[in-house]
Design a binder for this molecule. Structure first.
Ligand SMILES: O=C(O)CCC(=O)C(=O)O
Ligand SMILES: [Fe+2]
Length: 342
């Protein structure tokens, strides 16, 4: 149940130095928070700057929306651009292109590793067949990401190496509407925010901050933010930024991911075309690696499927009773733990 229904946005006060894997898996997996310690230990946190990257990777091409540009071309564009919505560099093959050594935990010679608390990633059972999961993100002030939920019901961490990012986030569940100014198609497959970040901020920011469940905060250089599975978020770079983000599946979200892969097939993304049925693949692999976790996940999947069906029946019944084809109002009483706001 939400306790602060009429209150304004929660500040992302959950700034912790670090978290154990156990505390994350049992308590924090469904909440946004910022960690201040782990990223500062990464070699790339002290060695990367715009100048250094320009020197080392000037001729390496990175993806910026629909173009592949040498880094020097992108950095020149970034410095000169006064575009309202600047092109954003978002590259999923950066680790290979930059020959980075990414380890699973602190390791001599590694360039970075996931913060320890996010370390157990259930999608690792998919090996080479896992969907795209890590990106280098570079952009000038005013660039950023319009409202979306992350792919395949995954959770994410987003580490700022240079710059700072403003985040505004909302939980989601079948019985709460999307954030103001955000529209979701009936089958949930499309999340559209037809406006640029600037237009959304001008038109909807004030209203959004008064909306139950809203979280906002600034993630600074050397910090990492957790995006729980299923949360809507919009991100704005307040200064020129370099960041690394990674998507992952915590143990407690296995059921949510199975549910997504089974029920929202049309929205699955990032898997190679050769994979016919991502739901079946994940189920099979998890069954081999960790049958007990699969069993837990299947129970949660069943609960989520019933919940969505129950809610739909409830809504259609109440509309029929009122003899109105539409016009019912959504409640904010979320019983999905995604929507649990502490
Ligand atoms: O612009 C950003 O840093 C946020 C990126 C993000 O939300 C994502 O990669 O899903
Ligand atoms: Fe995201």
């Amino acid at each position: 149940m939400m306790k602060q229904a009429a209150k304004a946005a929660h500040l992302l006060r959950q700034r912790l130095s670090d978290l154990s894997r156990e505390d994350f898996q049992t308590t924090w997996f469904s909440q946004p928070f910022i960690l201040t310690a782990p990223v500062k230990q990464w070699p790339v946190a002290s060695t990367w700057s715009f100048e250094i990257l320009r020197k080392k990777y000037a001729n390496v091409a990175f993806r910026a929306e629909s173009v592949d540009w040498p880094l020097s071309t992108y950095l020149n564009y970034m410095t000169d651009s006064s575009d309202e919505s600047p092109l954003y560099l978002f590259d999923r093959a950066f680790a290979e292109k930059m020959r980075l050594s990414v380890s699973l935990m602190p390791f001599p010679g590694a360039d970075y590793w996931p913060p320890t608390c996010f370390g157990f990633d259930t999608f690792s059972v998919l090996g080479e067949q896992r969907p795209d999961h890590r990106w280098l993100i570079v952009g000038p002030a005013r660039s950023g990401s319009t409202f979306h939920k992350d792919p395949n019901a995954t959770s994410a961490w987003n580490a700022v190496i240079t710059g700072s990012k403003y985040w505004i986030m909302f939980p989601s569940s079948p019985n709460i509407p999307p954030p103001p100014g955000v529209y979701v198609s009936e089958d949930q497959s499309e999340v559209t925010s037809p406006l640029s970040i600037a237009e959304w901020l001008l038109g909807f920011h004030a209203e959004a901050r008064q909306t139950p469940g809203c979280y906002e905060g600034i993630c600074n250089a050397g910090e990492v933010l957790h995006v729980p599975s299923g949360w809507y978020h919009l991100v704005l770079n307040l200064a020129p930024s370099i960041a690394i983000t990674q998507n992952f599946v915590p143990r407690a979200r296995v059921g949510a991911v199975l549910h997504f892969l089974k029920e929202q097939k049309q929205s699955i993304s990032g898997f190679s075309d050769s994979i016919g049925d991502a739901y079946q693949l994940f189920q099979d692999r998890l069954g081999k690696h960790d049958p007990a976790l699969l069993e837990e996940g299947m129970l949660e999947l069943e609960r989520l499927s019933k919940g969505a069906k129950g809610k739909w029946e409830e809504l259609t019944k109440s509309v029929a009773a009122a003899n109105e084809p539409a016009g019912f109002s959504f409640g904010f009483e979320a019983d999905d733990e995604d929507a649990e706001v502490p």
